[in-house]
Ligand binder design. Structure first.
Ligand code: FAD
Length: 444
């Protein structure tokens, strides 16, 4: 194969396009106009077939985890390419878009009001239409406009010099001298890189190719879907969660505010089994019951979220996994936005140390740090989920009342939380016998 010097390639890149290497410039330009509505300024199209391009790191997946890793690394002076099979950054939005508060987000990104849909006022838990309890939360979090959020991450990565390549599936690792040395693309091209970042989501291929993860079992994912529609139903700035067998078994339905009279209505099922109806069945039933409407099919998006423990090692040789690829989403709530931002930051810190060590071996502080901090929380959330699923339907309401009483009448997430001792003891009396049966989860 022929190697092209990177500088020559960069000028060539501007005039070629993905999957269209054999087509004329007019067709290529038309393709690009049609397919890529969002192109960050550093956007590059694919190099011509069977060429090598050498980067410091190739990032597979241009979503939250991948784009933020790219921003950190490009900011440290690395040459970076981020590759995604999607045609547009941030689209489709496969997400309820509820996330941490402004202070938490600003640890990782500069807040921009254009990607915030509205602030979250708190949460309401509903059980089987027979109980609901409202918990106002000061500084509870924000609802993102996730497409704009990802586009803004792409702009930042791009402004720091990262190249973003869309509409290009990555098909495998490129192995040289028995070591991973980059990735291969569907169009036959090869991107060489010193480091490979797998930020390719729940079904991560990079993780499997590298032997870090195995395919997820049905019991290890939450299968979720959502509609976005205009409605005043539960559109009060609170996140509404609906649980109980008559709504959705082993999961929850949600109604989240989107601002401007819009809501997202969705649902997720944990422990999916081929025998049971899909999440769609329950969400459609929910919408019909509460809105008396046929679900608006054109706004449907669905996806899978890993709700299992991350692997003990999130890296192998020069390959590292971040975000859903590393199974870092919360196994209780299935939320993964903040986790992806956090993972991207700590993975980047470790990668920068590796490169600064000039080939000397560097202990994997990324995996170790994740095991020390977030993995413990993960185990705890897994335990809580198992407790939730083991509570008999008839006892859900009293248990939930006790759990809510821990929080008092409202929560303030901008301040450290002080647990009321007496209520905590009462809570433990209920939870302890349920937890003790599943205590091994904490030591996995
Ligand atoms: C319906 C639904 C609702 C959700 N709601 C919330 C919520 O309200 N709050 C919250 O915090 N989390 C939520 N989540 C979870 C959250 O969306 C994920 O945790 C988050 O997107 C993880 O980000 P990521 O960057 O790791 O992966 P992803 O966002 O999954 O991105 C992976 C990227 O990799 C690309 N890719 C994959 N394979 C390849 C390949 N071979 N070649 C090239 N590109 C590839 C994909 O196209 C994609 O762009 C929800 C998830 C779903 C499905």
């Amino acid at each position: 194969m022929e190697a092209v010097p990177p500088c020559a390639l960069f000028s060539l890149l501007r005039f070629t396009t993905v999957k269209a290497v054999s087509r004329g410039p007019a067709a290529i330009a038309a393709d690009a106009r049609r397919s890529v509505r969002f192109r960050p300024s550093g956007f590059q199209t694919a190099p011509s077939r069977r060429t090598f391009v050498k980067y410091d790191a190739v990032v597979v997946g241009a979503s939250i985890a991948g784009l933020s890793t790219a921003t950190h690394l490009a900011g440290a002076g690395w040459s970076i390419i981020v590759i995604d099979r999607r045609r547009e950054i941030g689209i489709p939005v496969r997400c309820g878009e509820a996330t941490g508060n402004r202070a938490e987000l600003s640890r990782f990104v500069t807040i921009d009001e254009s990607w915030i849909a509205c602030d979250i006022s708190g949460l309401v838990a509903h059980v089987n239409d027979s109980f609901s309890r409202k918990l106002p939360i000061r500084d509870g979090g924000v609802m993102l406009r996730r497409d704009r959020f990802e586009q803004s991450l792409a702009q930042s990565a791009s402004a720091k010099g990262a190249h973003v390549l869309l509409n290009t599936p990555v098909t495998g690792l490129f192995i040289k001298n028995n070591h991973p040395a980059g990735v291969t693309l569907e169009n036959g091209n090869i991107i060489e890189a010193s480091f490979i970042v797998g930020a390719d989501g729940a079904e991560s291929s990079v993780g499997r190719w590298a032997g870090i993860t195995r395919p997820l079992l049905l019991t290890e994912i939450a299968s979720a879907l959502q509609y976005r529609l205009k409605s005043n139903f539960c559109n009060d700035g609170f996140l509404h969660f609906f649980i109980g067998g008559s709504v959705i078994p082993h999961g929850y339905a949600w109604v989240f505010p989107k601002g401007n009279g819009m809501v997202s209505i969705g649902g997720g099922i944990y422990r999916c089994s081929p025998e049971q109806p899909s999440a769609k069945h329950f969400v459609d039933r929910f919408i019909k019951k509460h809105l008396g409407a046929e679900p608006p099919l054109e706004t449907l998006v669905s996806g899978a979220i890993p709700v299992t423990l991350p692997p003990r090692r999130l890296s192998k040789e020069n390959i590292v996994l971040v975000g859903d690829a590393g199974r870092q989403s919360n196994p209780l709530t299935a939320g993964g936005i903040m986790n992806a931002l956090e993972a991207a930051e700590s993975a980047s810190r470790w990668l920068i140390n590796c490169r600064n060590a000039n080939g000397a071996s560097v202990p994997d502080s990324y995996s170790a740090g994740w095991r020390r901090n977030q993995r413990r929380q993960h185990n705890l959330f897994m335990l809580l989920r198992e407790i939730w699923f083991s509570i008999p339907e008839s006892k859900l309401i009293p248990y939930l009342k006790t759990a809510f009483s821990l929080a008092g009448n409202d929560l303030d997430r901008s301040k450290p939380f002080k647990m009321p001792l007496l209520r905590f003891v009462e809570f433990m009396f209920i939870v302890f016998p349920l937890a003790i049966k599943r205590i091994l989860i904490l030591f996995k």
